[in-house]
Ligand binder design. Structure first.
Ligand SMILES: NC(=O)c1ccc[n+]([C@@H]2O[C@H](COP(=O)([O-])OP(=O)(O)OC[C@H]3O[C@@H](n4cnc5c(N)ncnc54)[C@H](OP(=O)(O)O)[C@@H]3O)[C@@H](O)[C@H]2O)c1
Length: 200
């Protein structure tokens, strides 16, 4: 398979890339590194990226940002970071990317546990994750050519434990093997419109 992994050099992305690179052709997308340059917050950048990749069998996005801050400190502009990057960035990947997939291809998005189990400072991040869960369930009803769209929603992963542990008191870190398997389930399985939750 020819697989595009946006964010393929990130904390989660690099282990997922490592897994799929064994038996597939993997193209990594990112703003500052990778094989193709893309900022998912900019739909023109997404269009230009697909001109370079050609037709694909799978698109995986393990990228997208939202601002973390106390509710009373988040400005309206702060919310637009998450809306433009993590939410519309991934919606636009499906809108535009469907035309760059071979029949029966798949698109896998990324959200996270905050959609179901938010912690403080995440009104923006939790909100966009929840919106993406609803989007994926709805778009699966309409997308054509046998294309499947799923979303992987992970808890705090082992490799990010030091960075996030103080934000997630009492949470168990998800092993990188379990994280990889979320993406494998989406790409190699047959389910469509699934929210693949891996929280324990
Ligand atoms: N870490 C966790 O425990 C965890 C748990 C659940 C969900 N998540 C979610 O999973 C995603 C990845 O997390 P991570 O911890 O692996 O993050 P990370 O280490 O910061 O890696 C993110 C990757 O995405 C790329 N990226 C970021 N913004 C981009 C954009 N606008 N356009 C294109 N590429 C972009 C980055 O490369 P460039 O900077 O070069 O663009 C980087 O390679 C995030 O959305 C995060 O919220 C993470």
């Amino acid at each position: 398979m020819k697989i595009l992994i946006i964010g393929g050099n990130g904390t989660i992305g690099k282990v997922v890339t490592n897994y799929f690179s064994d038996k597939n052709e993997v193209i990594i997308g990112g703003r500052t590194n990778g094989n193709v340059s893309v900022d998912i917050a900019d739909s023109n950048s997404i269009k230009k990226m697909f001109e370079q990749t050609g037709k694909l069998d799978a698109i995986i996005c393990i990228a997208g940002e939202a601002k973390w801050a106390d509710f009373n400190e988040l400005t309206e502009e702060d919310y637009y970071i998450g809306l433009k990057s993590k939410l519309m960035g991934q919606v636009n990947l499906v809108r535009i990317g469907q035309n760059n997939l071979n029949p029966n291809g798949s698109i896998t998005l990324s959200t996270g546990i905050l959609a179901d189990d938010p912690v403080v400072k995440t009104t923006s991040a939790a909100m966009v994750n929840g919106a993406l869960h609803s989007f994926v369930q709805a778009v699966a009803l309409e997308i054509k050519n046998g294309i499947r769209v799923n979303v992987v929603s992970l808890g705090m992963v082992q490799d990010a434990y030091e960075k996030y542990k103080d934000y997630f008191p009492g949470h168990n870190a998800i092993s990188m093997k379990k994280a990889i398997n979320g993406y494998v389930r989406s790409v190699m399985g047959k389910r469509n419109g699934e929210i693949i939750r891996i929280y324990i």
